[in-house]
Ligand binder design. Structure first.
Ligand code: SAM
Length: 241
């Protein structure tokens, strides 16, 4: 494993991505429980990437990699996997997996969407699941622009996130219904209503009808756009043009 702290000197106008990283993502207890709490369906996602051309010659960057569920699952099928996250405690979980399994082609980078500097040849795939909502919309546009620059022409962006896929006049009713999907209390390893409330208060999920033109404006052609029935999740396959 080649571990690098790949941060360029940060201009003073750049957002502090640790301040928007999410309270729980910086909490070692949450990081330690994350994999039992959240199944990122990594095997299914790797199959999708393979159907889009992932093979052992491909370079992949996972932005907001967290504990590295996708990174570990994809590493055997690619050349280079760069796992990027602002949270060192989330990355510690990945470091332990990489060491335990003797994986040699995962590079772990403690950086964020707007501070990660991609080195080497342009990536073939950029993957990001449930992380882009951590930064406000202007910063999403900068992050997407930087993703575009890090990808080769024709490279794939697989982006999944908590995205509001409904109209503004539906928002209050939808948010009430979303909050009601989880119990008020649960065991420490379970998502509860308060997690959704915290997400709505403190994080930056945006509307699909803002995010999708933003992706196109930043140099992507959206090939697949899936919106969940409840209106809170979106998953995209987009190509760098
Ligand atoms: C809900 S977890 C998702 C982790 C992983 N992608 C998955 O699907 O299991 C969100 C991750 O985004 C990271 N994150 C938050 N803000 C970030 C930023 N600005 N740049 C990169 N990663 C960020 C958090 O530290 C956390 O690991």
């Amino acid at each position: 494993m080649a571990e690098q702290a790949r941060r360029r000197p940060r201009p003073d106008w750049v957002i502090d991505e640790l301040s928007t990283a999410g309270r729980e993502n910086l909490d070692p207890v949450h990081a330690g429980r994350y994999d039992s709490k959240e199944d990122a369906e990594a095997a299914k996602e790797v199959d999708l990437l393979i159907s889009l051309g992932l093979d052992d010659g491909a370079d992949v960057v996972d932005l907001g990699a967290g504990t590295g569920q996708l990174a570990v699952a994809a590493a055997a099928t690619c050349n280079r996997l760069v796992a990027v996250d602002v949270s060192d405690v989330m990355l510690d979980q990945l470091r332990a997996k990489v060491a335990m399994r003797g994986i040699t082609n995962i590079e772990i980078v403690n950086a964020g969407f707007v501070t990660y500097e991609h080195g080497g040849r342009p990536a073939d795939f950029i993957y990001s699941r449930w992380a882009l909502h951590q930064i406000p919309d202007f910063w999403k546009s900068l992050a997407l622009t930087r993703m575009r620059r890090a990808l080769r022409v024709g490279g794939v962006l697989r982006l999944s996130d908590i995205v509001y896929c409904f109209e503004p006049d539906e928002a209050e009713e939808r948010l009430d219904a979303w909050c009601a999907t989880l119990p008020e209390a649960g065991s420490p390893g379970e998502w509860v209503r308060g997690d959704i409330v915290e997400h709505i208060h403190d994080e930056h999920s945006t509307y699909s009808w803002l995010l999708e033109p933003m992706m196109e404006r930043c140099g992507f052609r959206i090939e697949v756009a899936e919106h969940s029935e409840d209106g809170f999740f979106a998953a995209y396959v987009a190509r760098a043009v």
